[in-house]
Design a protein around this ligand. Structure first.
Ligand code: FAD
Length: 404
């Protein structure tokens, strides 16, 4: 085994921060730590997605809102990402008869943005790589780590193992976090995980005569109580439609004709826009995908490790805030580092009575857990709201300021 300083040949007085997971939150977080001059090592299980032909992710596009934008602004990325997003000023509710009614997200001029996940992830990796004190390590699967020493074991695709030590481990490895496994073995760690009965499936709505098939500056919603479909615009003038419904309903549909019958019954206006042949084919490409909600606390172990993003709080996607909350985690952690002068130690022997006796990690848990749990609850609430109430009068009178 080697320490990171040996393996990079760099000697620095700054701490080595290992960011595990190079998804949206990990890549952004690497920028935050790099700006502070830490020796940042990012480890990602996948190959470099900037060179991959197919990029797998949890969704094709997603809604970026104020929280997320603030975090991008901190690292100088806001304008670039916003310029590649498509503003959505309102929801567009599709009734069964095909009538479309907009419900604005906020005041005139306020909007959320539809952004391409793969592109956002690639740009964040490229940004992180610009810092000379950051190294991106792809094809590194975290297998295990030790809280006492900060020693991590990575496995490469050729089967070889690498043992690497860091001063601080930042677990950004998503909803099924391998970093979190060590937390689960410890006393007084609270953890809950809930799979909802619904799954999701993405379908593409192609352009018509080179133009968007529907009005582009909206988040289109077809609320049907038990079922729901949404559609977000992409820069290539397609829409990505996401169908949400209980797994048992997905499984009931077994032939192309049954797909069309189902759409005729619930989403008739979408059939000509997606296309009969495409629907019959694409419905069977992949099975419905599961959605999980994870809540846990604390988010840290000693002065060694902290969880952020989906690793700390996977939420159901109905509030459009998973990534946004994960991005906000990065700002909150950065502010606490500032406040505590980057003091990660647990021992405050010199200032036992100071107003903020905790160091960075316990303070992060204290500040962040209630907010992230609130987002998880709101998302679960909106799971019902979006498919059931979005077309009720009651909803129309509500002032909604957040996504979806
Ligand atoms: P991830 O994006 O999951 O990234 C984790 C990374 O860690 C991955 O790159 C993975 O390969 C890597 N990794 C995993 N295990 C290991 C390991 N052992 N070793 C090394 N690397 C590892 N959020 C929004 O804000 N707005 C939306 O509109 C929105 N829409 C969504 C729609 C759907 C259908 C879904 C499912 C989610 C949506 N979300 C949305 C939520 C959003 O996708 C997540 O919150 C976001 O991806 C979290 O980022 P992350 O970096 O924490 O995790």
């Amino acid at each position: 085994s080697s320490t990171m300083e040996e393996s990079t040949g760099r000697s620095t007085k700054k701490k080595v921060v290992a960011v595990v997971g190079g998804g949206l939150v990990g890549a952004l977080n690497a920028c935050f730590f790099a700006r502070r001059g830490f020796d940042v090592q990012l480890f990602e299980i996948r190959e470099d997605i900037r060179r991959a032909k197919i990029v797998k992710g949890r969704s094709i596009n997603l809604a970026l809102s104020h929280r997320g934008r603030q975090a991008l602004k901190h690292v100088g990325m806001e304008d670039k990402i916003v310029s590649q997003g498509i503003p959505m000023n309102a929801r567009m509710i599709h009734s069964l008869s095909g009538k479309q009614s907009p419900i604005p997200y906020g005041k005139k001029g306020q909007y959320i943005l539809s952004v391409d996940r793969a592109n956002l992830n690639k740009q964040l990796l490229t940004e992180a790589e610009k810092y000379p004190n950051t190294k991106l390590n792809f094809d590194h699967k975290l297998q295990d780590w030790t809280a006492e020493t900060g020693l991590m074991t990575f496995v490469r695709s050729d089967g070889s193992e690498e043992h690497i030590k860091a001063d601080l481990i930042v677990g950004c490895d998503g909803a099924f976090s391998a970093i979190r496994k060590q937390f689960l073995r410890r006393s007084r760690f609270n953890y809950s995980q809930t799979y909802i009965p619904h799954g999701y499936m993405e379908l593409t709505m192609p352009p018509i005569n080179g133009e968007f098939a529907m009005k582009p500056n909206y988040l289109h919603i077809w609320p049907r109580n038990t079922f729901m479909m949404i559609a977000l615009p992409n820069l290539d003038k397609t829409f990505t439609c996401t169908l949400f419904m209980p797994f048992e309903e997905f499984e009931k549909i077994t032939t192309g004709d049954e797909v069309i019958q189902f759409f005729q019954r619930y989403f008739p206006d979408a059939i000509p826009l997606i296309g009969v042949d495409a629907l019959k084919r694409d419905y069977f490409r992949l099975p419905g995908q599961a959605m999980v909600s994870v809540k846990c606390a604390p988010y840290h172990i000693g002065d060694k490790c902290v969880l952020m993003g989906d690793a700390a709080h996977a939420v159901v996607p109905f509030y459009g805030q998973g990534m946004n909350a994960g991005f906000e985690d990065c700002i909150v952690f950065d502010e606490i580092m500032e406040q505590f002068n980057e003091d990660f130690s647990n021992h405050h022997i010199f200032f036992p009575l100071c107003v903020h006796p905790g160091a960075v990690l316990p303070e992060y848990t204290r500040v962040r857990v209630p907010d992230d749990h609130a987002i998880a609850d709101l998302a679960m609430y909106n799971y019902i709201e979006m498919r059931a109430h979005v077309n009720s009068r009651w909803f129309l009178f509500r002032k909604y300021v957040d996504n979806f």
